[in-house]
Each structure stands twice: as structure tokens, then as C-alpha cells.
Design a protein around this ligand. Sequence first.
Ligand code: BES
Ligand code: MN
Ligand code: ZN
Length: 501
Amino acid sequence: MEFSVKSGSPEKQRSACIVVGVFEPRRLSGTAEQLDEISEGYISNLLRKGDLEGKSGQMLLLHHVPNILSERVLLVGCGKERELDERQYRQIITKTINTLNETGSMEAVCFLSELHVKGRDIYWKVRQAVEAAQDGLYSFDSLKTRKAEARRPLRKIIFNVPTRRELPIGERAVAHALAISEGITTCKNVANMPPNICNPAYLAEQAKILENDYDNVTTTIVGEKEMEELGMGSYLAVGRGSVNESLMSIIKYDGAADDSKPLVLVGKGLTFDSGGISLKPGLGMDEMKYDMGGAAGVLGAMHALAELQLPINVIGVLAGCENMPSSNAYRPGDILTTMSGQTVEVLNTDAEGRLVLCDALTYVERFNPDAVIDVATLTGACVVALGAHATGLLSSHNPLAHELLNASEQSGDRAWRLPLWDDYQDQLDSPFADFTNLGGKEAGTITAACFLSKFTKKYNWAHLDIAGTAWRGGKNKGSTGRPVSMLTQFLLNRAGQEQGE
Ligand code: BES
Ligand code: MN
Ligand code: ZN
């Protein structure tokens, strides 16, 4: 789909459709007012007759409005003017795009980007609109033999900005949103792929595609033989029960001088998590194909970054692995030696993510990172604590935590911080090894992060638990593409390109 911005008045547009807002109760927005005047009260007349109340998400499609050059006018209910918030704005845009897509307009000029959303500027409104549109249009049908296609799909949408002065900032917002949306689509495509196709080798192939597509991206793959040599005993143990080889993909993006320290993103890439010998219950086990959501998010963020060509150095690590039961699988009771030299008593083979990540986190020390952020569908406890709305953020470095919270606030891809106090560390005590991989019933998200913190002492580190946010369950199940938007926003900020400046 094509997106652009322009600045003009609604009555002068010659388009398949113009989109304007109506507030509750039956109140015209500024642009709707302009159309009403030109059409000699046609729109206000309809409202008076009760055709549209203006409730958030209501749609009324009009044809041949008198004196209007465009073929159609879409009136969009925006709720009470003073209550229009970020979530509603996004929902309204999504609904508008779907309506346009299904009603034959192949092109539209949309004035909803001029609505007042509390505390948000035109950059934000255009960027969110483009992201919401792309999100709404996504479908994963590459494995369906019959694809549902709109007969006359929307091809082009133009968002209006109030004055010409705002055009450059609007264009910037479109460019940023398109890059981020590409990353989100990449994330969704790999995350939605079933585990018989998306195994660690498939993740590695996706990483290689980035290398092929961008000159300043190089990808290297670390296989089991090399992991053996490096002493990654913990990572290897998790993958031992699977016939699919564990593969860690290292994606290096060079955007700045060699001596500029890189940011490192590490994604949990369990292409399937059966629980291993501590087998999970059967109900909903299919959803454990999303246990590579962290790796998918990192891949997506690297894709967006390469599109944006930001002047920073970033390394993305996809920690690919499959957790399966077999006679060769690791077991509860095993004591593993991690790459760091620390030993771990395995109490539950389903707490495997931390065992894979800990070695990946030791591995990345070699890059002398400026900061390391790991991204993982790590704990069911995080879903209990924060639900599907906020990603869990835990960090031993306050400035980094605040940077990430900022990025989440700016992008609308929310995160919420949980504490990482030493008080919780005792829950990992083991009588036989340095510590266990299981923190007990209480504060599962925090004890999982405590475990990781034992491997991240040499750099600034933050951990994102995306167990609740990376995918949606139920009848609309699928990857959400989170937290690509937050991560990319963090990178944009680091590159000094926040907002439209
Ligand atoms: N991948 C799961 C976490 C998970 C659970 C993500 C549900 C999304 C939804 C992880 O490997 C896991 O199994 N965690 C266990 C840890 C426990 C054994 C300490 C959990 O959360 O139950
Ligand atoms: Mn598990
Ligand atoms: Zn897992």
C-alpha cells in the first residue's frame, strides 16, 4: 500500500473518497464542517435525521455529495471530542482502513490525522495512522491454498496535515512508520510460521536474507559444534532432545564508525517449547510455536533499522533452539555448566528460555556492548501480572530502563517496569550447584530476570518479557509484531532521530 501526506482543504480534493470525523453527539469536525458548507448542509441534514450519532468507530459512507468533487465521503464517528485518546485514535484508523478496503475506494484522502489527540503532535498522529493501517491490513495466508482477497482493495491513502509547514514532518512520520511496519511484518511472518517449518535453521535463513538485502548487514551462524568449543553447555542442553540443530544467528548492522560501541539485542528463539521432559499440558501447546517471539522481534527491529539506515552500530542475536522430550533430552536434576563457568541445577526443563539466553548473554560480551537488551517470551507469570497490554521490563541499569520506558511511551508499544531487587535472588539457591533454574511459585517473572542478571554483570542490561504481548490468543490468534515498534523507537532515539527532527 502507498502512503503520503499533503495539505489541502477537503472540498478541493478529487479522490475516490474523503474521510472526515464526526464527534458525539452529531457534531461535525472542522473538516466535516467545510464539506457541509460547500454541500449546502447535506451532511448536517443527515445527522439531524439520525443517520450517524458520532460514536467511536461508527461509519457512514456517502455517495455523490452535492458540490463535492470526490466520489465518496466517509464519515467516521470519533466519540466525544474531548475524550479522544491514543487507543481510540488507533482503533478509528484501523476501522476506517478496513471500511475503505471493503467498499471499493482504491484511493482516499484522510483528514482524521488532523483530529486532536491529547498530548500528541502531527508526527505521532501520522506515524500511528500508517502503522495502524499496515497492522490492520496484515494477514498470514501463505499456507492457505485459497486466499481471501478484496475485490477492489485500497491502494493509496493520503493523510492530510493542517498546514504546508507540517509536510516535511509528516513525510518523515510516513517514512519511519513504513520502515517500522516492514519490521513488524517480518516479525509476524516468522512468528506465525508453524514449527515444522520455522525451526532454528529457518530462523538462520531469515537472518541471512537481511544480509543479502542490505550492504551494511552481515550475518554469521554459530552451530552446535562451535557452541561446544565455546562451552555453551546450558544452551546445548536445551536443544539436545531435538533433531533440529541449535543455531544462534548473529546479525551485525554497521551504521557508524568501527570504534562506536554497539547496542546488542538478544532474542529468545525457541521455535517450539514442549516443556521437554517436564512436558507441558496439551491444551494450547500449539501456541508454544510463538516461543521464538523474542527472536522474531529482534529480527523485525533489525529489518526496520536497516530500512532506516540509522547511524549507529547494532548487533541482533537470534538464539534458535527447540525444547523437546527424548531419551537424549536434558532432565530435571541435571547440573549444567554455562559458558560463564557458573553451574545450574535444572529443576524443571520447561524453564528453558533462561538456559538458552544465559549463554547467549555471555557470548555477546565479546562485542564490548554499550548496552544489551534481551527480548523473550520468558514466563507465564508475566502474562498473569501484566496481561496482554504491557511488556515486562526489568533492568539493573536505571538510565537504560528509562530510555526503554520512554520509547514504549512514544511508540504506544507499552512496557511496565518490575523490580529486580536482590531480595529475590535467594529463591534460586541450590544445595548442589551455584543456583537453580527455578525460582518457585512467587514472582516468577522477577526470579527469571534474577537468573539472567547473573550473566549480565559486564555491561548495561535490560530484559523485556513479552510472554503476554508477542501474540494474541483466541479466534484472532497470531503474532502482534511486538515489541518491534518499541525497539525501533529506542534505536531512533539513540540515533538522535526521535520525532520528526
Ligand atoms: N515459554 C514459556 C513461557 C510462556 C508461558 C510464554 C506461557 C507464554 C505463555 C517458558 O519457557 C516457560 O515454560 N516458563 C515456565 C517457567 C516455569 C517452569 C518456572 C512458566 O512460565 O510456566
Ligand atoms: Mn518453557
Ligand atoms: Zn519457553
